[in-house]
Design a binder for this molecule. Structure first.
Ligand code: 5GP
Length: 114
């Protein structure tokens, strides 16, 4: 079940501030509060999906494709196209997903560990 009080829902509602790098009708990208790499940005859907599987199975036609194009726009905005980057999404307990609102991590800006 999607929890409307999760921290990313509060960021979307502008109840919690965030350092925003990109926004469109369907997603918002902002810097992670606790970065694990020099550049660590989160791209979240504006739709209420708990995780990757929920998003892929229950989003509107074309929404997941548009989301990936938005992620690519953020990658370009961050100027990571040439140097490279890592996309990561955690789902569920074993992956230690902390915030149950679907999001993609963009990691880069330095050589990443494995
Ligand atoms: P997850 O483990 O769910 O994939 O990642 C959640 C991420 O959200 C973590 O990297 C964590 O640092 C980040 N995060 C948690 N709370 C906040 C917040 O209030 N603001 C921002 N900008 N990031 C947050």
């Amino acid at each position: 079940m999607y929890d409307k009080n999760n921290v990313f829902a509060k960021i979307l509602a502008k109840q919690i501030p965030a350092k925003i790098v990109y926004e469109d009708d369907e997603c918002l990208a902002f810097h992670d509060i606790n970065p694990i790499s020099k550049i660590h940005v989160l791209v979240i859907t504006k739709g209420e999906y708990t995780d990757f599987s929920d998003f892929v199975c229950n989003s509107n036609p074309g929404e997941s494709e548009r989301f990936f194009h938005s992620v690519e726009k953020v990658v370009q905005t961050l100027n990571l196209g040439k140097s490279g980057y890592r996309l990561l999404t955690n789902t569920g307990e074993d992956a230690r997903q902390e915030v149950l609102h679907f999001h993609m991590h963009i990691l880069g800006g330095e050589k990443l560990g494995i």
